[in-house]
Design a protein around this ligand. Structure first.
Ligand SMILES: [Zn+2]
Length: 72
């Protein structure tokens, strides 16, 4: 399953127990040992891409305080 953290970024969570801790070496859940499936990886990749795209669009329309002002 895909979980959104408080800042809105998607994170992969375990399908079985819902936790978000994975062993990156073996691609299994720390809590229950459920394997991360290729479907899970495709899902999080798509969610991250969508998040990055919406963030980029938002940054373009709302430049933050650090944005460089347009030069004359
Ligand atoms: Zn789990």
């Amino acid at each position: 399953m895909i979980f959104s953290n408080p800042s809105g970024a998607p994170e992969l969570a375990c399908d079985q127990c819902g936790c978000r801790w994975f062993d990156r070496m073996t691609n299994t859940c720390y809590e229950c040992g459920a394997p991360v499936t290729p479907e899970n990886l495709a899902e999080i990749e798509a969610a991250l891409a969508a998040f990055a795209a919406s963030k980029a669009a938002n940054d373009a329309t709302n430049p933050g305080p650090g944005a460089t002002p347009p030069q004359p």
